[in-house]
Design a binder for this molecule. Structure first.
Ligand SMILES: *Cc1c(COP(=O)(O)O)cnc(C)c1O
Length: 481
């Protein structure tokens, strides 16, 4: 299998070459040259999942896309990643019924209690494997306001050949999030609290990455959400959800996906393109409704940082959906020239693009199953409260956005198809909103008892690029000495 850039001006590459890369050199995103078709293999995949479990299913699906890692090694990587010890249950992503026709699929039982662990844990093991194979090292530099950073740290802790330098805004993460990250004592994990806001952190990461000499000398890399391996890992749980809710391959299901950067739901798109019987993919946004606006109107209008609202489902507070370009590439029948015009010309000059008049946009729903809805703070609170009162279950604010949009969507013909809402975080991560909705603290898994009082390992620094570079150089110096 080879990988192409959505913008059409990069050489095709193999999986292990794009694994450690970010954007393609032409500014595009990598996609496989085709989606392997699994329709006739569904009974066999179902059997693998039933009899051998999630890790075996992951291996069966990943091996359709990865042909440059020996099968036994890939199998071992999947088995090491998707264990009950790491994800809490044998099912890894257990499905539970909320009400007739509506299900929740738990993707947030990993080490940091958010769905990003599903992909990041695999990435950690793939990175360690590939770096060892190349005799190379990687210094991951990132900025986080919460979820991504902690998922990256828990995935990379103790991994040979990898160091993590994670910048976060000093004093601005919740006490629980700070405790999660700063309590890690692994010598290869470096927490750097910047005296500033999240944008300052991100600016420092950009400035360091733009210094190409420094970047090369110290093997600087990232784990951002456009990495194809992350997306691929997420394809697996759409299959696992489908197999849990159906007993025959003639049945269809729909998924509602709380969305920000369009990474999670893009994996659903890939699963559907492979032939998994998904009726609809419902994109749920919060007040930052860039994606809902597109699926309703055909206009894609990324917001400025100033126009991006701070909401109570903060992991969906995005201004531009970094994975969206992948879907548009397929929507345009993989016409890289047309895609390049939209993303490299129209968008930068005009600030938006408009596909409303394009027949292919009008087929978004019939051909690709996409539809959407949005949720507000009041909706979130009402949904959390309602799910608690009716079902005695606590759900997190992002999942609540999903449940709200899914319920609104389930009428007429759509009501006949089982709907799976992806649960993207556990409520304990967002306790302030749960308290606001329910008047009590959400349940906390026992392993997190007293986490706030653990010793913290963090360096506080001014928002100064050179100071951060010095720290990286000092820690990573041994590699180049
Ligand atoms: C990252 C995240 C999302 C959004 O996922 P995307 O892949 O960016 O669309 C939703 N909910 C939670 C809890 C997250 O951490």
């Amino acid at each position: 299998m080879r990988y192409l850039s959505t913008r059409g001006h990069a050489d095709p590459k193999r999986f292990s070459d794009i694994l450690l890369e970010g954007l393609a050199p032409d500014g595009g995103l990598y996609l496989p040259e085709h989606y392997p078709q699994i329709k006739t293999q569904l009974p066999q995949l179902r059997r693998i999942y039933r009899e051998q479990g999630y890790a075996a299913l992951a291996h069966a699906l990943l091996s359709l896309y990865i042909d440059d890692i020996p099968a036994t090694d890939l199998r071992a990587i999947c088995e090491k990643t998707y264990t009950k010890a790491v994800f809490g249950t044998q099912a890894i992503t257990p499905v539970r019924q909320l009400e007739p026709g509506l299900w929740l699929q738990g993707l947030s039982n990993g080490p940091t209690l958010a769905f990003k662990d599903m992909a990041m844990q695999l990435l950690g093991n793939l990175f360690e494997y590939e770096l060892a194979r190349r005799g190379s090292v990687l210094n991951i530099l990132g900025a986080t306001s919460g979820d991504t950073g902690s998922a990256a740290e828990y995935a990379m802790r103790g991994k040979r050949g990898v160091r993590v330098f994670m910048l976060s805004p000093h004093g601005r993460m919740s006490p629980f999030q700070q405790a999660q990250m700063f309590s890690l004592q692994d010598p290869n994990i470096h927490n750097i609290a910047i005296e500033g806001v999240f944008d300052d952190c991100q600016d420092i990461v950009k400035a360091v990455s733009n210094d190409l000499a420094f970047k090369q000398q110290f093997h600087i890399g990232t784990v951002n959400s456009i990495n194809w391996a992350r997306l691929l890992a997420q394809v697996v749980y759409y299959f696992a959800g489908y197999f849990q809710v159906t007993d025959s391959d003639a049945q269809r299901v729909s998924f509602t996906v709380p969305s920000g950067n369009f990474g999670n739901v893009c994996a659903g798109h890939v699963a559907r393109q492979m032939g998994l019987p998904i009726a609809e993919l419902v994109v749920a946004t919060n007040e930052n409704d860039v994606l809902d606006e597109f699926f309703r109107t055909g206009i894609y209008r990324p917001r400025s940082a100033a126009d991006t609202l701070e909401t109570s489902s903060p992991s969906m507070d995005i201004s531009k959906a970094s994975n969206f370009e992948r879907f548009v590439f397929d929507l345009l029948d993989r016409d890289a020239n047309a895609l390049r015009t939209l993303f490299a010309q129209t968008l930068p000059t005009q600030g938006y693009f408009d596909l409303s008049g394009d027949a292919r946009f009008q087929q978004c729903r019939s051909r690709f199953g996409f539809t959407s809805g949005a949720s507000t703070h009041a909706d979130r609170l009402a949904t959390i409260r309602d799910v608690w009162q009716q079902h005695g279950q606590e759900i997190d604010p992002h999942t609540a956005d999903g449940v709200k949009v899914a319920r609104a969507h389930r009428s007429g013909d759509a009501a006949a198809v089982p709907m799976i809402v992806l649960e993207t975080a556990l409520p304990v991560k967002f306790s302030a909103t749960l308290v606001e909705a329910l008047g009590h603290e959400p349940a906390r898994p026992a392993r997190f008892d007293g986490i706030e009082s653990l010793p913290k390992r963090v360096t506080v620094m001014p928002a100064d690029v050179q100071a951060v570079k010095n720290l990286i150089a000092q820690q990573a110096g041994a590699d180049t000495a």
